[in-house]
Design a protein around this ligand. Structure first.
Ligand SMILES: [Zn+2]
Length: 1105
C-alpha cells in the first residue's frame, strides 16, 4: 500500500464517467417534442448517476440545458440547436497509453523495456480537418473520378426526384440559401447511398422585375432613353447568367451534388417553350381570361403584382377617415317610424384609403348586423382643430357643425364611436342590416347617387362603423359585391398612381400623396368629414421597391382559380406535407385566393402570346397561334417575340390578315415561369419522374412556388406536381433577430466556410461544419445561427472526427478476412456495443426517412459522446494497447470497432460528406461492396446495413442496463475516494459490491473473478479488482472510508465500497495484482502482461454472463 501511494499521481483525473443508459427510442420518437422528452428523460437518468450535473429544462426550444460543475461535459441549447460536447478528455485509464508514450519518447522510466509489446494507435488521418484546403481537394476527387455519374449508372433503385425550387438569379447567397440547398443535398446523398437514381437538376429563376431594375439602375438617363425592350432583355440576360455562375460556384462549395453543368434556367428557349405550352393548355381548358379587375398595383414599378410579391412591413400608418354620406331615398324595408329623419339622415363609413372616395359606388352593410340611427349633438368640442400628427386625430366639420344630424352606424359600435368621436350619440331606433338595402345616398363630392347594398361577412364590428365604403375598382371584396349589384367599376387612377381626368378636381394628383390629402380636405369642406385619425395597420408594399402599392382595376390576363379551386384543394389533400401544418396554410391560401393575375407590363419575361385587333382591341389567342409562337420560342428563344414581325409570329393561316393585328406587350408573372418548372424540367429531363417525389423550400412558398406550381399543374393535369412538400423556416441571428445589413448581423455562408477578413474572429470552418449546423436545427420553425453556435458546431465536428480517428487508428493492423471474430464468439460487452450501434442506426435511418435531421444529429452525438467515448472506447483501450496484438480480446474489440467505423462513416456521409470521404481515404483495409466491387469512395460503399444478429442481444439488455447503472454508482464512489486522495486513477482502486437482488448478485459474482475476460467486472469498472460481499452488513464491517448506497432502477439495493487495490502496480498496464513482483524474469509485470510478453497473446477466456 505504501509503495503504491507514491506512484499514484500520473493519472490525475477521473472523468465524470456517465454510464450509458439504455436507449429506448428504436424507431420511435417522431416530432421534436417526443424527441426532446426522450432527451429530458435521458438526462434525468443521467442525473441519478451523478450529482455533479445541473439541469435546466427549456420548454421554449424543446431541449435541455445541461451543465456540470466541473468542466467535463456540457449539454446546452441555443434556440433550437442542442449540442452535447465532451470538453474534458480526461481518461480514467490512461495507464497503457501513458506508459507506452513515455517509452516511445525514449525515456528510461517505467514501461520503457516493454514499449515494443504495446500496440499504440496509428493513422495518417489528421485530427485537424484543415477543411478550407482539404474539402476542395475531396470535391476534386469526386469530380475527377466522376463518382456521381458512376453512382447514377450503377444504382439500380427507382429514380428519386427532388425538384429544385429555383432561387432568383440576383445577388449573393445568404444563409437561407445554404440551409435550403444543404437540406436538399442531405436527402439526395442519402437516397444515392440507398441505391436510388438521383438526378438533381438545380435551377434558377432568371426573368422579372428585380433584374430589370438592376439593369435600369446601372444606366444613366440618356442610355435609358435609348433602351429598347430587346436591348434591355439582352442586358438582363447577361446579368442573370453572370449571377447564376457566381451562385453556382458557392453552391458547389457547400458540397451540394447535382447537374451543375446543365442546370435549368427559366430564360432558356426549351424552358420558355414548355412554359408557353402550359399556358396554352390552360387557355384551351378555359382557365385563362382577360378582364378589368382590381389588382395589386405598384406605382413605383409600374406593374401589377402577385400576392407573393407583396410584403407587409410593420408600422405603416394610414390616414383613416369617418365620413357621412347624406341619404336621399329609403328602401322598402326601412322602418316606418324612422323614415321622418330622412332629410337630415346619412350613412357613416370609415376608410383607410381616402383617395378611393372618388371611386365610391356603394355603401355595403351586413344583413346579419343590427344598425342604429343616432342623433349627433349640435356641436362637438373634442380636440377641436387639433392637427393630425400631433394629436393623431381631429374632428371634422361634419361633427363640429353637423349638417346631417342623424347618422346610421352599427348598433354594437355606438359606445366605441361615442368614445372615439368624443360626443354623445342618442340612439333613435335600431333595425337589421337588411332594412338598409337599396336606400340611396348622394356622393359627397360628385353629382351622383348610389345605393346601399348587402355585402358579406367581411363587414364586421371590429373596426369602423359597420358600413363599408365600396369602390369596386379598388378592392377585391368590393369588386365581388359590385358584380352582384352591377355597380360601375370606377378606377380613376393611372399607372403612376395619379388621378385621371375621371377624378375631376383631383386630376394629376398622386393618390399616395397630395391626392389623398386633397380628398380629405374636400370632404371636410363639404361637411362630410366626421373625424380623421392616424391608423397603424398592415398594408401591402412592393417587396422589391419597398414602396406602398395600391389596389386598382386594370385590363389584365387572369388564370381563373375559381374554375379549378376544388381540384386544387383535392390535390393538396393527396400530398404529404412536412411539417403537417403546411397543409392548413396552403389550403387556407387556396380557399381564399382570388383569380391569379398573370400579366405584367414589363419587358424582361416570357411574352403572353396574344395578338389584338387594331380596331376593336379583341384578343386573338387560340391553339394554332399559341402553338406557332411556342415553336418559334423553342427554336429562337423569347426574344423572337420582340424582334420578329407580327406577320411572322402569326401562323400561316392568319398571315394575310397580319396588318389587322398587333402583338401584345405584356409578359407573364415570374411565378408563372417557376410555376411551370414541373413541365419544363420534371417532365422533360431524362431520369426525372413526374410527379416529383419532393419539393423542399422555405415556408413562404406556400403562397409562392408551391402554390403557383400546384395551380398550373392542377389546371392542366388535374394533379399536384409533387408527392411530398417539406418546408423550412427562416434563418435568424443568435438572438433571434432577422438578419439585416442595418443591424450588422448578416452572416455570409462563404465566410463561414472560408473565413472572414479577420480569421481569428471569423475562422474558416469549412462546409461540413456549416452542414452539421443545418443538420442540428429543427428547420420546421425559424432557426438561429451566429458565431457562438458555429463554434459549438465546430466542437461537435471535432468530437466526431476524433471518434473516426480513434476507430481508424486502432484498426491499423486489422484485416477483415483474417482477424474478424464471429458474432457468436464475441464477449457480451462487444455484443452489447453492437446492439447499441444497431439501435442508434435504426434511429438514424428513421430520422433520414422522415427528414428529421436534428434527430440524426442528437442521436449521433449522444452515441459518440456517451456510448462510445465514455464507455466502450474507454474500457477498450486496455485490451487494444496491452491485451496482445493477436489476442482474442483485441481482435474481438477490433471486430466491433470495424463495424462501428464502417457504419458510422457511411451514415454521416449525407451530412458530412467531406469528413466521411476523408476518413474513408484513410481506411486501413479494402472494403468490397456487394458484388465484389471495391468501394474507393465512401459513396460507392452504399448505406450501411445492420446485421439482424446485433439486435438479438436485447434478451440480456436488462442486465447490461443495470450493470451500467452499477458502474455509474461505482464511479461516483471512486470519485469521492479520488477527491479524498485515497486513489489517483481508478485503477488504483478495488471495489466491494453488494446487491440485494439474488439473481443480479449471482450474475455479478460470476463476472467478478480475477480472470482476463473482457466482461470481467474490474475491466468494465476500470478498477484493478472487484470483490462481491455477501451482505450489506458484511460490506459495512469492512469499515471503508468511501462507500455508498443506492436503489437500482430494476429494484433492490446496491452497496458500493472503495479501497486501495491489492498488490502492486504492473509497469506495463498499470493494473494492480498481487502477482506483480512474483513472476520470473519480469518482476514488474502482472500475470496478464507476463503472459502477453512471454507466451504470446492470451487465447480466448470464455465468460458466462
Ligand atoms: Zn499488466
Amino acid at each position: 500500500m505504501a509503495m503504491a501511494a507514491v506512484l499514484c499521481s500520473a493519472v490525475s483525473a477521473c472523468s465524470a464517467a456517465v454510464a450509458s443508459p439504455r436507449r429506448g427510442t428504436r424507431g420511435g420518437g417522431g416530432g421534436g417534442v417526443a424527441s426532446s422528452m426522450h432527451h429530458l428523460k435521458l438526462l434525468h437518468r443521467l442525473s441519478n448517476f451523478s450529482s455533479r450535473f445541473a439541469f435546466f429544462p427549456c420548454m421554449k426550444s424543446g431541449c435541455v440545458t445541461f451543465r456540470t460543475r466541473g468542466n467535463e461535459r456540457i449539454f446546452f441549447t441555443s434556440g433550437n440547436t442542442s449540442v452535447v460536447v465532451d470538453s474534458g478528455s480526461k481518461r480514467r485509464a490512461r495507464g497503457p497509453l501513458m506508459a507506452a508514450k513515455k517509452a516511445a519518447e525514449g525515456s528510461v522510466q517505467e514501461g520503457g523495456q516493454y514499449k515494443d509489446t504495446v500496440d499504440l494507435p496509428q493513422t495518417s488521418f489528421n485530427m485537424k480537418a484543415n477543411a478550407v484546403q482539404r474539402e476542395p481537394e475531396i470535391q476534386k476527387l469526386w469530380e475527377d473520378k466522376q463518382i456521381l455519374q458512376k453512382l447514377l449508372e450503377r444504382n439500380t433503385g427507382e429514380p428519386y426526384t427532388l425538384h429544385d425550387g429555383p432561387p432568383y438569379a440576383n445577388g449573393d447567397l445568404h444563409m437561407g440559401h445554404a440551409l435550403n440547398k444543404i437540406l436538399k443535398d442531405f436527402i439526395n446523398r442519402y437516397q444515392l447511398l440507398q441505391g436510388r437514381k438521383v438526378y438533381y437538376i438545380p435551377g434558377w429563376d432568371c426573368h422579372g422585375l428585380p433584374i430589370e431594375l438592376k439593369v435600369l439602375q446601372s444606366m444613366d438617363a440618356d442610355a435609358r432613353k435609348e433602351l429598347t425592350p430587346i436591348k434591355l432583355r439582352k442586358k438582363a440576360a447577361q446579368f442573370a447568367l453572370k449571377t447564376v455562375n457566381e451562385q453556382r460556384k458557392s453552391f458547389k462549395r457547400f458540397g451540394v451534388w447535382g447537374d451543375w453543368e446543365d442546370p435549368y434556367l427559366t430564360l432558356s428557349p426549351d424552358y420558355e417553350a414548355a412554359q408557353v405550352c402550359v399556358f396554352g393548355q390552360m387557355v384551351l381548358n378555359g382557365h385563362i381570361y382577360r378582364g378589368r379587375k382590381p389588382v395589386h398595383w405598384s406605382p413605383s414599378s409600374g406593374t401589377a403584382l402577385a400576392e407573393a410579391e407583396l410584403e407587409y412591413p410593420e408600422g405603416h400608418t394610414s390616414r383613416s377617415i369617418y365620413v357621412v354620406f347624406k341619404m336621399t331615398g329609403l328602401g322598402e324595408k326601412f322602418p316606418e317610424e324612422l323614415k321622418p329623419f330622412l332629410p337630415d339622415m346619412g350613412v357613416a363609413i370609415w376608410t383607410t384609403t381616402p383617395w378611393t372616395i372618388p371611386a365610391n359606388a356603394a355603401v355595403a352593410v351586413n344583413e346579419r348586423l343590427t344598425y342604429a340611427v343616432v342623433e349627433l349633438p349640435s356641436t362637438t368640442t373634442l380636440e377641436e382643430g387639433a392637427k393630425i400628427g400631433k394629436a393623431n386625430k381631429r374632428v371634422g366639420s361634419a361633427l363640429q357643425a353637423p349638417v346631417v344630424k342623424y347618422v346610421i352606424v352599427a348598433a354594437d359600435l355606438v359606445p366605441t364611436l361615442q368614445a372615439k368621436w368624443g360626443t354623445f350619440l342618442d340612439v333613435k331606433g335600431t333595425f337589421p342590416g337588411s332594412a338598409l338595402e337599396l336606400c340611396r345616398y348622394k356622393h359627397p363630392l360628385e353629382n351622383r347617387e348610389s345605393p346601399v347594398v348587402i355585402g358579406g361577412d367581411y363587414i364586421s364590428t371590429e373596426s369602423g362603423t359597420g358600413l363599408v365604403h365600396t369602390a369596386p375598382g379598388h378592392g377585391q371584396e368590393d369588386y365581388v359585391t359590385g358584380q352582384k349589384y352591377g355597380l360601375p367599376l370606377l378606377s380613376p387612377v393611372d399607372d403612376d398612381g395619379n388621378f385621371t381626368s375621371e377624378a375631376g378636381q383631383f386630376e394629376g394628383l398622386n393618390v399616395l400623396g397630395d391626392g389623398n390629402t386633397a380628398v380629405v380636405t374636400a370632404l371636410d369642406s363639404h361637411s362630410a368629414l366626421l373625424m380623421e385619425e392616424a391608423y397603424v395597420h398592415k398594408y401591402p408594399y412592393d417587396w422589391r421597391t419597398k414602396k406602398p402599392t395600391i389596389f386598382r382595376a386594370t385590363e389584365q390576363w387572369f388564370a381563373s382559380v375559381e374554375g379549378f379551386r376544388q381540384d386544387a384543394l383535392d390535390a393538396i389533400n393527396q400530398v404529404q406535407w412536412v411539417p403537417p401544418q403546411g397543409e392548413k396554410r396552403i389550403t387556407a391560401m387556396t380557399v381564399s385566393r382570388s383569380d391569379w393575375c398573370i400579366s405584367r407590363q414589363r419587358s424582361w419575361g416570357v411574352p403572353i402570346p396574344v395578338f389584338y385587333d387594331n380596331n376593336t382591341g379583341e384578343p386573338l389567342m387560340m391553339e394554332e397561334t399559341i402553338a406557332h409562337v411556342q415553336a418559334i420560342i423553342a427554336q429562337k428563344g423569347s426574344d423572337a417575340w420582340w424582334y420578329m414581325s407580327t406577320e411572322d409570329l402569326l401562323p400561316p393561316q392568319y398571315r394575310d390578315q397580319a396588318a389587322k393585328y398587333k402583338k401584345g406587350t405584356d409578359t407573364m408573372d415570374v411565378w408563372f415561369d417557376s410555376g411551370s418548372s414541373w413541365a419544363a424540367v420534371v417532365e422533360n429531363r431524362e431520369g426525372l419522374k413526374w410527379p416529383a417525389d419532393l419539393y423542399l423550400e422555405g415556408s413562404d412558398q406556400h403562397r409562392g412556388w408551391f402554390q403557383s406550381s400546384l395551380l398550373t399543374s392542377v389546371a392542366t393535369k388535374g394533379k399536384a406536381p409533387y408527392k411530398t412538400v417539406v418546408t423550412h423556416g427562416f434563418v435568424l441571428d443568435e438572438k433571434g433577430y432577422k438578419m439585416s445589413k442595418s443591424l450588422g448581423n448578416v452572416m455570409d455562408p462563404r465566410s463561414v466556410i472560408e473565413g472572414g477578413k479577420n480569421q481569428k474572429s471569423e475562422p474558416g470552418y469549412g462546409a461540413d461544419v456549416l452542414r452539421l449546423w443545418v443538420s442540428s436545427v429543427d428547420y420546421t420553425g425559424d432557426v438561429l445561427v451566429g458565431p457562438q453556435i458555429l463554434r459549438q458546431m465546430s466542437d461537435v465536428y471535432r468530437k466526431l472526427r476524433g471518434t473516426l480517428r480513434y476507430l481508424l487508428s486502432n484498426l491499423h493492423d486489422w484485416k477483415p478476412e483474417e482477424n474478424s471474430v464471429a458474432y457468436n464468439d464475441l464477449p457480451a460487452m462487444d455484443k452489447y456495443a453492437l446492439f447499441q450501434l444497431a439501435t442508434v442506426m435504426d434511429g438514424i435511418q428513421d430520422s433520414f426517412n422522415n427528414f428529421q435531421f436534428y434527430r440524426f444529429f442528437q442521436l449521433l452525438q449522444r452515441f459518440v459522446v456517451v456510448d462510445l467515448s465514455n464507455f466502450y472506447f474507454d474500457t477498450a483501450k486496455d485490451r487494444l494497447y496491452v491485451g496482445g496484438k493477436d489476442s482474442y480480446t483485441r481482435r474481438s474489440c477490433q471486430t466491433v470497432l470495424a463495424a462501428h467505423l464502417l457504419t458510422l462513416v457511411r451514415s454521416i456521409a449525407p451530412v458530412l460528406p467531406h469528413l466521411a470521404e476523408d476518413a474513408w481515404s484513410h481506411l486501413p483495409f479494402v472494403f468490397y461492396r456487394d458484388g465484389g466491387l471495391q468501394a474507393e469512395t465512401v459513396f460507392e460503399a452504399g448505406w450501411p446495413s445492420v446485421d439482424d444478429k446485433w439486435h438479438s442481444f436485447s434478451e440480456r439488455l436488462t442486465f447490461w442496463t443495470t450493470l451500467l447503472q452499477v458502474r455509474g454508482e461505482v464511479n461516483r464512489v471512486i470519485e469521492q475516494a479520488r477527491a479524498g486522495k485515497l486513489v489517483g486513477a481508478s485503477l488504483d482502486g478495488k471495489v466491494y459490491l453488494y446487491v440485494s437482488a439474488p439473481d443480479l448478485q449471482q450474475s455479478l459474482t460470476s463476472l467478478s473473478g480475477s480472470n482476463e475476460g473482457v466482461d470481467a467486472l474490474h475491466r468494465i469498472f476500470l478498477t484493478s479488482q472487484v470483490e462481491m460481499v455477501s451482505s450489506k452488513e458484511a460490506g459495512e464491517d469492512l469499515n471503508l472510508t468511501y462507500s455508498g448506497n443506492s436503489v437500482l432502477e430494476t429494484g433492490g439495493e446496491l452497496w458500493v465500497g472503495v479501497d486501495r487495490a491489492d498488490g502492486a502496480k504492473c509497469e506495463r498496464c498499470w493494473n494492480y495484482t498481487p502477482a506483480v513482483g512474483s513472476l520470473d524474469g519480469h518482476p514488474s509485470l502482472c500475470e496478464r502482461c507476463y503472459g502477453v510478453v512471454t507466451l504470446g497473446p492470451a487465447q480466448r477466456t470464455p465468460v458466462a454472463v
